[in-house]
Design a protein around this ligand. Structure first.
Ligand code: GLN
Length: 198
């Protein structure tokens, strides 16, 4: 199985490691030629404005949009979720998106006081109990289109009920970072999505 991790900025290494532990040899993707060789892509957490800028300069914006439109499975965490959203609130005006998921996300939504926090999230489709989810200047999802399945919401605390995991067809996004906590269930779920898409 050939999965790429978009390696322009962000926590690329952590996703490569999580995929390796899920028995997939994933590779970093920096150029359009490398994208051609993979059947699926992970967009890491980091800074969506920086990843957007670099995707434009590396000539990856349109090729990734096209692969997504053609059905390539993609998983985005945090900044990766923002980059998959059709609409972004509180983004930078020149910030681009790969599009794909019919949703509106709000960048840095959880606000200053809780810039970084942990919360329990239950995810439909994934058994084994709640996720101990880590949020770092995370977005949340404010609105979803008819084709989007809400997979997870924050269970308690001030952000209770906020949508933080969604899926639309072959596209998966989480506002939190499973790549940082050693819980491999989201990566394994994505690998299974890739297997089924193949
Ligand atoms: N706030 C970041 C952004 O706008 C996302 C943060 C993250 O990926 N941890 O892209």
């Amino acid at each position: 199985m050939n999965i790429g991790v978009l390696a322009l900025q962000g926590d690329v290494r952590e996703h490569l490691a999580a995929l390796a532990e899920s028995d997939v040899l994933a590779r970093p993707i920096r150029r359009p030629e490398e994208l051609v060789d993979v059947e699926a892509l992970v967009i890491p957490g980091g800074e969506s404005t920086a990843i957007s800028n670099l995707a434009v300069s590396f000539g990856l914006l349109d090729p990734i949009r096209k692969r997504i439109a053609d059905g390539m499975p993609v998983y985005g965490s945090c900044a990766g979720m923002i980059l998959l959203a059709a609409n972004v609130l509180d983004g930078r005006p020149d910030q681009e998106s790969f599009q794909g998921i019919e949703m509106t996300v709000r960048r840095n939504a959880f606000g200053r006081q809780i810039n970084s926090f942990e919360a329990a999230v239950a995810i439909d489709d994934i058994s084994g109990g709640d996720f101990h989810a880590v949020f770092i200047r995370a977005p949340w999802v404010e609105e979803v289109g008819d084709e989007v399945r809400v997979l997870g919401r924050v269970k308690d605390g001030p952000a209770a009920g906020r949508i933080v995991a969604v899926r639309q067809g072959n596209l998966l996004a989480t506002a939190f970072h499973p790549e940082l906590t050693g819980d491999l269930r989201v990566h394994r779920y994505f690998v299974e999505m890739v297997r089924q898409a193949a």
